[in-house]
Design a protein around this ligand. Structure first.
Ligand code: DGT
Ligand code: MG
Length: 596
């Protein structure tokens, strides 16, 4: 897995978030204003109740006022109820706005990420683990959504409440207000200390989650191996450990706040005490009316609660920060292998001439070169067989043709055009590839064969199945071509899967067909049948076939023998026999003959 060195991005996290709110920014601003409004409206109740107390309940002329000015009393009451009602409506609409915007952002970024992941090159897939990628598009992305839906709202709520209450306090009695507000900077300082402690915890927490998901994903998809080795208990324990690890880290993260919480809570609780003490003195001295005191005490929570909330907000903010780091890593990732800027379109079908000129190759994460100075040419319609012992570089070599990887040296040309100059889609459209590890989709057999070209009809699908000697076993299946194969082709034998994968490669009528050990699991008789049909295809096609059996290589126009990444021998069957080298020995071995 790619390790977490903090990567720099072209935008800050919040700027990135803002960019992805495009289309909903206007309504989001309305939502934020709404949050300010409904929080300021909270102050109206204490304001009016303070007025009612002063004018109609405690003032010198309270009784008189009630008799002569009952109109005002009712007006104040109605205003109180009216503003409360208005506030409820705004809160309701506001919630809808936040939900709408956050879901829109979630949808957009998720699609964007999926697009990115889908278009990545092979190196990306060997770097990132599936479970980790899944965590990014689910859990991490949800933390981003939470930022839009809740955290930002809480920040505005806290600050507007605190700000409005502070202004209101200063307005009614500035001396009393200052006595209360002077404590608040301490809270910010504590929150700052808390942030420094909790930020690395969230980064760790996020790694643990990815780890746990990776274990689960690998074990679910690799369950056959687990069963074969009876390792269920071991795997369950391994998951249990990851799960425990995650839970413990979660707890530890929660505990960080508990260290700071008592201080914040004490400061928040100090407010009513200061209020009582200072307010009492001010009342006695006549510097504060009873109504003003009621307004203050009715609103003291508007100063204390945002302080309490700050820890929670900072916690969530750090969660967003850790998660968005992971999301943005994929968001800004670029495949190394992509269309060149000066790539030429080549919509026509290729002739199928392939040239390798001094091609060397090494995997980015590998220590040693895998291929050295490979030179060969395949003419259109020829069959080339590649053989060589396991690990000698056969698969690596053919993977260079569709540009899964880039050679470290040399050039590969198709029809005389360097493949780096072709558009990837044009290049790959012309290639039919049956990979060494067969992967089928959980779909019908027909759907699997027609994967590369969904426009072909059942007759054609059947034709390609016949070419690949698959039609017999398919027609024996209860639902024939409509049979649904399980995930990765569960329900089929190795040889059956290989033949469906061959039919799938043929079904795009490629001008270049590449078969990587595609008949290794089929019997000799069936293989012979397949070789025969490959020579009789009803479309022109250059074939590169990796095979170990002499029966396959014998009929090739050219055989390349690879050894440790070098082409050791090249020529026709007869030429290579005459050389009495590796190939000759292999034929002797396979035929059991003493001499040839
Ligand atoms: P096979 O299929 O067992 O007959 O073997 P080949 O000839 O297809 O071997 P190949 O090309 O898969 O591997 C050649 C060497 O490259 C071998 O030492 C393993 C290494 N290799 C293969 N794939 C990767 C990869 O994705 N990353 C790294 N770093 N090395 C790889
Ligand atoms: Mg291979």
């Amino acid at each position: 897995m790619k390790q977490t060195k903090t990567q720099q991005f072209p935008k800050t996290k919040l700027a990135w978030l803002w960019e992805n709110m495009q289309g909903t920014r206007g309504i989001y601003i309305v939502g934020m204003l709404g949050t300010i409004v409904y929080n300021v409206l909270q102050l109206t109740v204490p304001y009016y109740s303070g007025k009612i107390v002063d004018i109609f309940l405690t003032g010198e002329n309270a009784r008189e006022n009630m008799r002569t000015n009952s109109d005002l009393f009712y007006k104040l009451l109605i205003a109180m109820v009216g503003f409360t009602f208005l506030r409820t409506i705004i809160v309701y609409l506001d919630c809808m706005i936040y939900e709408h915007v956050s879901q829109t952002v979630l949808y957009r970024v998720r699609n964007y990420l999926y697009n990115k992941i889908e278009r990545q090159d092979m190196t990306f897939y060997s770097t990132y683990r599936t479970g980790d990628l899944m965590t990014r598009v689910t859990g991490d992305l949800d933390a981003v959504r939470h930022m839009v839906a809740w955290v930002i709202r809480m920040v505005i709520e806290s600050f507007s409440l605190f700000g409005a209450a502070a202004i209101f306090f200063l307005y009614i009695n500035w001396k009393m207000a200052l006595c209360l507000l002077v404590i608040s900077p301490f809270v910010f300082w504590i929150i700052y200390l808390f942030k420094n402690k909790v930020a690395p915890m969230h980064a760790l927490l996020r790694e643990k989650l990815a780890q746990m998901n990776t274990y689960a994903q690998e074990n679910i998809s690799g369950n056959r191996v687990v069963k074969a080795f009876a390792r269920e208990d071991y795997e369950i324990q391994k998951f249990d450990k990851a799960n425990k690890d995650y839970a413990e880290t979660n707890k530890a993260t929660g505990m960080v706040w508990l260290k700071f919480y008592p201080y914040v809570e004490s400061i928040a609780n100090l407010m009513p005490v200061v209020m009582l003490a200072v307010g009492g003195v001010f009342l006695i001295r006549g510097q504060l009316t009873m109504g003003e005191y009621v307004a203050f005490s009715g609103l003291i929570w508007a100063i204390a609660n945002p302080m309490r909330q700050m820890g929670n907000i900072m916690n969530e903010f750090q969660r967003f920060s850790a998660a968005s780091q992971k999301v943005m890593e994929i968001y800004y990732s670029e495949p190394k292998i992509k269309d060149a800027k000066d790539a030429v379109a080549h919509p026509e079908r290729f002739e199928g001439k392939i040239e390798f000129e001094d091609v060397s190759f090494q995997y980015e994460d590998g220590d040693l070169p895998v291929l050295h100075d490979i030179n060969f040419t395949v003419e259109p319609n020829e069959i080339v067989a590649i053989m060589g012992e396991t690990g000698c570089g056969k698969t690596s070599l053919i993977h260079l043709i569709p540009r899964f990887y880039e050679p470290t040296k040399g050039q590969i040309r198709i029809d005389g055009i360097p493949i780096g100059k072709l558009k990837l889609a044009d290049l790959r459209k012309n290639i039919g590839l049956a990979t060494q590890d067969v992967l089928l989709y959980s779909d019908t057999i027909e759907g699997n064969i027609a994967y590369g070209d969904s426009t072909i009809n059942l007759d054609e699908v059947m034709k390609f199945a016949k070419y690949s000697a698959a039609s017999d076993f398919i027609s024996k299946m209860p639902e024939g071509y409509d049979t649904i194969v399980g995930e990765r082709g569960v329900g089929l034998s190795g040889g059956q899967k290989q033949r469906i994968s061959l039919a799938r490669a043929l079904a795009v009528k490629p001008s270049i067909l590449i078969l990587d050990d595609t008949t290794s699991a089929v019997d000799m008789e069936t293989e012979k049948q397949i070789q025969q049909s490959l020579r009789e295809l009803d479309f022109p096609c250059t074939k590169i076939i990796i095979a170990q059996r002499i029966s396959t290589t014998k009929a090739a126009d050219k055989i390349l023998v690879l050894q440790d990444g070098y082409i050791r021998e090249a020529g026709t069957h007869e030429e290579l026999l005459a050389k009495k080298g590796y190939y000759y020995e292999l034929v002797k071995l396979q035929t059991g003959a003493e001499e040839l």
